[in-house]
Design a protein. Structure first.
Length: 341
């Protein structure tokens, strides 16, 4: 619908925030703190029909961070400081932040592209509802927006279910039989632990991770560089040894698949009834220009004046994908927007 004007009240705003999740709300709060008014000076849009991703995660998912590190400055989290909230509680909290700030997101609008209009300071934001001109655009579409799938994912067809971890809700979703979980990170380990009560579980690990107590999160979170290599984020719930003691098989990475057969890096073959791909996510930056994705400037800035990115570590401050870390991105972006002529 490029070239048509949006008829949903987005025009003539100083900024458009794309994404109504934690990053988008943090930027909104930072803009408000600098004197901008929601709906009048800026607007928030989101491709969701009104459901945040936290509401769609598995039922028992509990944050690794406690309430002290799961809160935006705009509003306190209504739980004990040292408790660790569940995903649905986070969704409810973000809804309360939205109401507290007076934000009225425009739901069901997906950003499809953005570009600068000639040599002017104006940006053209392309959306599923048409195009709109604005001075500033904030990409806040999430560090974990799209499922990351292994190259062999299209070659496997287990008799039970094949799903990415984003589609997993509870053990009731998985038919009886052996389950292979691909991915040895925190999500894979947590789902393995839950399913081990009802299924025989195997966890395939490509990059083994060291164990750190959950109390060290978020200080010890994220990958670490060591002697020229990158060490993946630690496990904060169970170590591999703990999982093995409780009957979960931990095996090397999957390197290939054919129908119901899976090949491991050590040459072994498995034939699980169901497979869950806990292989992570890709950021929601696929609608940004290629030159922006290929060469992010860091500290939330991009090569396109007026285009900023919040909540994605590759573009912003360390830890910006987390609730307590995204505020640094938000404050930086709000300062840039209010200082732009």
């Amino acid at each position: 619908m490029s070239g048509t004007s949006v008829k949903i009240g987005l025009s003539h705003r100083r900024a458009i925030i794309v994404g109504a999740g934690q990053a988008g709300l943090a930027v909104a709060a930072a803009l408000i703190s600098r004197g901008l008014s929601p709906q009048r000076d800026f607007v928030v849009v989101d491709q969701s029909p009104g459901v945040r991703s936290w509401e769609t995660r598995w039922t028992s998912l509990t944050l690794l961070s406690d309430v002290r590190h799961s809160t935006l400055p705009a509003l306190s989290f209504p739980s004990e400081p040292q408790s660790r909230p569940r995903a649905r509680e986070v969704a409810a909290y973000l809804g309360a932040v939205e109401k507290h700030l007076g934000i009225a997101p425009v739901w069901g609008v997906r950003a499809t592209g953005v570009r600068r209009l000639g040599s002017s300071a104006t940006l053209l934001l392309e959306t599923s509802a048409g195009s709109v001109q604005t001075r500033n655009v904030v990409c806040a579409t999430g560090a974990n927006s799209r499922p990351r799938l292994p190259a062999w994912a299209g070659d496997i067809a287990p008799p039970g279910r094949l799903m990415h971890s984003s589609a997993y809700r509870s053990a009731a979703d998985v038919p009886p039989g052996d389950v292979l979980i691909v991915g040895g990170g925190n999500a894979g380990a947590q789902i393995a632990r839950e399913l081990s009560a009802t299924h025989r579980v195997t966890l395939a690990v490509r990059n083994p991770r060291r164990y750190r107590h959950v109390a060290t999160f978020p200080r010890a979170a994220g990958p670490r560089k060591r002697l020229g290599s990158i060490r993946p984020e630690p496990l904060f719930g169970d170590s591999y040894a703990q999982l093995q003691r409780d009957g979960i098989d931990v095996v090397p990475a999957v390197v290939g698949a054919s129908d119901a057969d899976v090949t491991l890096a050590d040459g072994r073959h498995l034939a699980p009834a169901s497979v869950i791909l806990a292989t992570g996510f890709l950021p929601g930056d696929d609608w940004l220009p290629a030159e922006v994705r290929d060469a992010p400037l860091g500290r939330t800035r991009t090569s396109v004046p007026g285009l900023f990115v919040a909540g994605m570590p590759g573009y912003g401050h360390p830890g910006s994908e987390n609730l307590d870390g995204v505020w640094r991105d938000a404050a930086t972006i709000a300062r840039h927007i209010t200082n732009r002529p």
